[in-house]
Design a protein around this ligand. Structure first.
Ligand code: 16C
Ligand code: ATP
Ligand code: CA
Length: 556
């Protein structure tokens, strides 16, 4: 603490012809306007800025070429003749500035320092401190989906992100994908991962999904772990993943950063943030199907996705249209859900507290699960499931959703499960039973208001470590007989099905699973949460600082 607070430099420098006391410690750069009079002046408040060294992007020595310089937004900043002369004896610090709604911007301050040796000393001291900041990426592998969202991925990267990476001295290898699964397959087999400090995807949740599938698979194969076995403890991926949002929902970016803004995401990557995240593995009959980090949804969200895939040409609006259509269609599905409740952890899906930057619940539960899995590894006779009992629920459901994180997105800023945690090793299993359209609408509407979407008689939510689902028609005949009518005949069973689904033929027996926006080919699935399997260049949503908006010049 003392070491980081030790003063490294203190000088009087000028910012736009005004004198400032500028100081640098290992952790903070501060500039404070000099006051000529010790008397308090109500109309001239003291100007005092502090920037954490960990949030400095870079420092640049000014030369004549830099005098007329491009601003952040791409426009050219005119510098007066007299100012220009000053600039030649100046250096500029680029740093993170917080704006409203979790947005970050790259701000800059130019300090004039006519004395060459002192100026050099300042520039090299700041650079030394930046070099000492741990975990900043130097070399990144970037995948751009040119067709995601509104097809702006390439433009967003070139105009908003690449200039920031260049300013921060981050070098990049960029691949513009040419077909679906290009990024996944490149990561699985070809990419020279040792060369990089992280992988970045420019696209939506589907692109992010490709990246995690490539990285997780590669990590297991390289480490000799069989990803097909549902009971294997998977190896965590060492490379962090960055998301530059350019998709339709971008819920993983929104729920880990608090906003879908390419510049904010680029800055989180540059400062080297790290946010662990849970990943669910999905298996069918012991065969691996997919990984999921956000939503696994059967029924409503599965049907919305299936319908929306036919409307891809509409862009992000396809989800609203398909959502409305599926709401009116009002299908329900029968099946059995079994789950293993999460025990010994802190937190429940009905908590008022939210998963935020540095979340204590994620830290506690992450630690607990690591200790437990170490214990099980030592004691091979133990089974990681033996400390909990499976519970089973049979019924007719409009939706079965598993949210491994809040799934907050602009459509629903609090998300499907507002109290879910990014890295606690659990998923929130939400069961919406058959109910009237009016009641289902009440439930849906509560995703967009302060009201609790779980506080309804036909909705239940459980925090779980593992779950299985079997649609009714996959159950064995003997199961069906027991479930429905004891020892009734098959004819009675089918007459029951016909009563529930009248002869109009519009009611299908099966829905499909929406797995982070991809349709799964199987309906009977076995899902297991892997605690903190991956890491993102993010820090979780930050609590807004008190008076942030008042103090902040970019809060508009
Ligand atoms: C009346 C308004 C009710 C609004 C209710 C909004 C609830 C929205 C909850 C959004 C949850 C997103 C979960 C994220 C899933 C991602 O892994 C995945 C990949 O990107 N996205 C989707 O599957 C995309 C899924 C998109 C789902 C959109 C559902 C829209 C429902 C609209 C219902 C309209 C009823 C109107 C009745 C008058
Ligand atoms: N070059 C490409 N051509 C066609 N499809 C691609 C290409 N690159 C990636 N894809 C696929 O496009 C799909 C959608 O991409 P992406 O996630 O970027 O956008 P989105 O679907 O609009 O957004 P969201 O997933 O947030 O709803 C992904 O499943 C990805 O596999
Ligand atoms: Ca979780």
């Amino acid at each position: 603490m003392e070491r980081s607070g030790r003063l490294l430099l203190l000088s009087e420098l000028r910012i736009r012809n005004t004198a400032y006391d500028v100081s640098l410690t290992r952790s903070v750069l501060t500039w404070k306007r000099r006051t000529s009079s010790p008397v308090y002046h109500p109309f001239r408040p003291s100007v005092h800025h502090s920037v954490s060294v960990s949030e400095i992007i870079s420092v640049r020595e000014e030369d004549e070429e830099n005098i007329s310089r491009r601003r952040d937004d791409g426009s050219w900043k005119k510098i007066k003749e007299s100012e220009g002369k000053d600039c030649r004896q100046a250096f500029t610090v680029l740093y993170v500035e917080r704006c409203r709604q979790h947005r970050w911007r790259c701000a800059e301050v130019t300090f004039t320092c006519p004395e060459g040796a002192l100026r050099q000393h300042w520039v090299s001291s700041i650079r030394e401190q930046l070099a000492a900041v741990a975990n900043r990426p130097k070399h990144l592998l970037i995948y751009i989906n040119p067709y995601g969202g509104k097809r702006q991925g390439k433009r967003i990267y070139e105009q908003k992100v690449a200039p920031l990476f260049a300013a921060a001295g981050v070098s990049t290898d960029v691949i513009v994908t040419e077909y679906a699964n290009h990024a996944r397959d490149h990561l699985r087999t070809e990419a020279e991962l040792k060369k990089y400090d992280g992988v970045v995807c420019v696209g939506g949740d589907g692109m992010f999904s490709e990246i995690i599938h490539g990285l997780i698979w590669r990590t297991q194969i390289d480490g000799g772990v069989d990803p097909n076995c549902p009971d294997e403890t998977l190896l965590t991926c060492s490379l962090r993943i960055g998301i530059i949002p350019a998709g339709s929902t971008d819920c993983i970016c929104f729920a880990t950063v608090g906003t879908n803004d390419p510049v904010t995401s680029a800055l989180h990557i540059i400062v080297g943030d790290s946010q662990p995240m849970d990943v669910c593995s999905v298996h069918h009959n012991n065969a691996f199907l997919r990984y999921s980090v956000s939503l696994l949804g059967y029924g409503f969200y599965g049907d919305v996705l299936t319908d929306s895939e036919r409307k891809r040409w509409m862009g992000p609006a396809r989800y609203d249209l398909s959502g409305l259509k599926m709401f009116l269609t009002h299908h329900y599905y029968e099946g059995t859900v079994s789950y293993l409740p999460a025990r010994g952890i802190i937190g429940t899906p009905r908590d008022a507290a939210r998963c935020r930057s540095g979340c204590a619940v994620c830290q506690h539960n992450g630690q607990l699960l690591t200790e437990r899995s170490e214990k099980y590894e030592m004691d091979e006779t133990s089974d990681s499931e033996s400390d909990g009992e499976w519970r089973t629920i049979r019924g007719k459901f409009l939706a079965i959703n598993a949210a491994s994180m809040s799934c907050a997105c602009p459509r629903s800023p609090k998300g499907l499960s507002p109290a879910a945690h990014l890295a606690d090793g659990t998923t929130d299993l939400i069961l919406v039973r058959k109910c009237s359209r009016f009641d289902f609408l009440r439930h849906l509407l509560r995703h967009t208001s302060k009201d609790d979407q779980f506080d309804l008689t036909f909705v239940e939510v459980h925090r779980v470590r593992r779950f299985r689902f079997t649609p009714r028609h996959c159950q064995s005949d003997s199961d069906l007989e027991l479930d429905l009518l004891g020892n009734a005949s098959k004819r009675q069973i089918f007459s029951q099905i016909c009563r529930d689904h009248p002869a109009c033929g519009c009611a299908p027996a099966y829905s499909c699973w929406n797995c982070d926006g991809e349709i799964l080919t199987h309906t009977a699935i076995d899902v297991r949460v892997h605690c903190q399997l991956i890491k993102l260049f993010a820090r979780g949503i930050e609590e807004p600082a008190v008076f942030e908006d008042l103090a902040n010049p970019c809060a508009i």
